[in-house]
Design a protein around this ligand. Structure first.
Ligand SMILES: C[S@@+](CC[C@H](N)C(=O)[O-])C[C@H]1O[C@@H](n2cnc3c(N)ncnc32)[C@H](O)[C@@H]1O
Length: 522
């Protein structure tokens, strides 16, 4: 008798995966989004924990990296996000309806014929001429912006030239009759809007066009003191070329896959790329219980990013409605609604429960997370294990940081990366864990153990922090751990570690040999 094959024996990923963020045009450079995951990391997880023909879900899908990669690997992909901008990006990139690039190139040529001259002349037109052009254009309603914004009203986000150029382009793209080509052009337009606005900041030491909106770098509508006005037509043409490269990858992958597949499975986004806009906390229902084979997701990290507020620039102009319910259900702290930590924590827990409800038994579930407040890790770990899942791996994924974006102070307390927690959902016995009594000086104790046992003599803050969380979790004392940032630095310094500002790592201090002392007694 053969035992039933089980996925419990899949060896978990225990090492950091190389972050080849720039490898794929379909994600890198196509359109900005917040905290986009590296496709190379996501692919490694998908390949390890799921199989062809499986259903893969990302309940906090963002720009769709998980769902797009799962789809291209021959899985049935479910992209879910409350934010219409996120779903628009994912759908437009994954779309396989174009038979080839030719219809898109032809559609672009039609836009060029109708708009290029106007945009080029707008660049040098007088203010009065720009105002005249604007008067005849369909503009989005001048709504109020989120409270944290430097600009009060929607139109204040743009210079008159930018507003006119975007309106001219959008009007023409909306007239495009070929639907899949129109969607791809709209994506290029949307990426153009990310550059042609007054929050655009050029990256230091690079060409003026290299940079992005403050919206996606510092997560605020910060209007630049001296806005960079990039060339209007060339900016759109550049975005179009990036989208063309993204679509080339998708269509080539599709054609290669379909040529070599003989069991009837087709890389067809209409069939195998499902987009949902549900609240992740109540996903069990819209997604059938025990119907998903693998989940890879990264939920919002607390108060860092108010996704819906920050996506107003796109959602409003693209005409995507954002209802009051979506705003109230967003799993963040703060934002325009001032959502509480309690809201965040309980919804985060509900979304983890929903994930484990829709996951089949004998399957895996990976959550990417980062936060200084370790109680949030506890929420994830407790909820998942409370639902019968077992933590099988916890891996630190370090990330390249654009250090120039951070304030000079406290660089040692920037968490440059995240932890990927991977759970296995077995056949399902529930394990209630008893918490130990509160332990005094837990931080001291854990740091002592980690620094004693780890042979490395340099470590990043992120790595150390993740080790702390895990060590506390393994002792079942995560709820007693708190890691105030200052204490973290102080405790490390007290143990002879120093922060290397240049390399952004903590280094063990080894005293230099004191040459004033004789090395041996005469
Ligand atoms: C950290 S981002 C995910 C980024 C994504 N992994 C990527 O590679 O682009 C978290 C996402 O969760 C979404 N979100 C926030 N609250 C949600 C909720 N209640 N239900 C579904 N999605 C939600 C946000 O709109 C955001 O896109």
């Amino acid at each position: 008798m053969h035992a039933m094959p089980t996925r419990a024996d899949i060896p978990p990923i225990n090492e950091t995966i190389a972050d080849e963020r720039q490898k794929w045009a379909r994600h890198y450079g196509a359109h900005p989004y917040f905290t986009r995951r590296s496709a190379s990391v996501v692919r490694a997880y998908l390949e390890r924990y799921s199989q062809e023909g499986d259903t893969v879900l990302d309940p906090f899908g963002g720009s769709g990296v998980t769902a797009i990669e799962a789809f291209l690997l021959g899985r049935h992909a479910i992209q879910n996000d409350l934010n219409p901008l996120a779903n628009f990006l994912a759908r437009a990139i994954a779309d396989t309806r174009l038979p080839s690039l030719r219809p898109l190139q032809a559609a672009f040529a039609r836009v060029a014929a109708a708009c290029e001259d106007t945009l080029r002349s707008l660049e040098t037109a007088s203010d009065t001429a720009v105002a005249d052009t604007l008067a005849g254009l369909p503009l989005p309603e001048n709504i109020a912006l989120p409270r944290t914004s430097d600009a009060a009203r929607f139109h204040d986000l743009f210079t008159p030239r930018q507003l006119a150029a975007l309106a001219v382009l959008k009007r023409q793209i909306d007239r495009e009759p070929d639907e899949p080509a129109r969607l791809a052009l709209l994506l290029a337009w949307s990426a153009t809007a990310a550059k042609l606005n007054r929050t655009f900041i050029s990256a230091q030491g690079r060409a003026a066009s290299r940079g992005g909106a403050s919206i996606s770098s510092i997560y605020r509508y910060k209007v630049a003191k001296a806005p960079v006005e990039l060339p209007l037509w060339e900016t759109f043409r550049g975005r179009h070329l990036n989208i063309l490269a993204a679509k080339r990858e998708i269509l080539e992958t599709r054609d290669h896959f379909n040529r070599n597949r003989h069991d009837g499975w087709r890389l067809d986004s209409d069939q195998h790329f499902i987009v949902m806009a549900e609240d992740a906390a109540t996903l069990a229902g819209p997604v059938r219980p025990e119907s998903v084979d693998y989940i890879f997701t990264d939920p919002p990290y607390g108060a860092f990013i108010a996704y819906l507020d920050l996506s107003t620039l796109w959602n409003h102009w693209l005409g995507f409605p954002v209802g009051a319910a979506s705003r109230a259900n967003e799993i963040i702290v703060g934002g325009d609604l001032g959502l509480s930590e309690e809201h965040y924590r309980s919804r985060l827990a509900a979304s983890i429960r929903a994930c484990l409800e829709v996951l089949k038994p004998d399957r895996w579930f990976s959550v990417v997370f980062q936060h200084w407040d370790v109680r949030y890790f506890e929420t994830i770990l407790r909820t998942a294990t409370g639902c019968g899942a077992e933590l099988r791996a916890a891996v630190t994924q370090e990330r390249e940081v654009i250090w120039s974006m951070h304030k000079k102070k406290n660089r040692e307390s920037v968490l440059a990366g995240e932890m990927i927690l991977t759970f296995y959902k077995g056949a399902g016995e529930r394990r209630d864990r008893e918490m130990r009594e509160a332990q005094p000086c837990l931080l001291h104790e854990l740091l002592d153990t980690i620094l004693r046992d780890d042979p490395a003599d340099e470590m990043t803050s992120q790595y150390l922090f993740n080790r702390l969380v895990l060590a506390a979790w393994q002792r079942q004392s995560l709820s007693q751990l708190s890691v105030p940032r200052e204490a973290f630095s102080r405790e490390l310094q007290a143990r002879g570690w120093a922060y290397d500002e240049r390399r952004h790592v903590w280094r063990k201090h080894t005293p230099a040999a004191d040459t004033s002392m004789p090395l041996w007694e005469a």
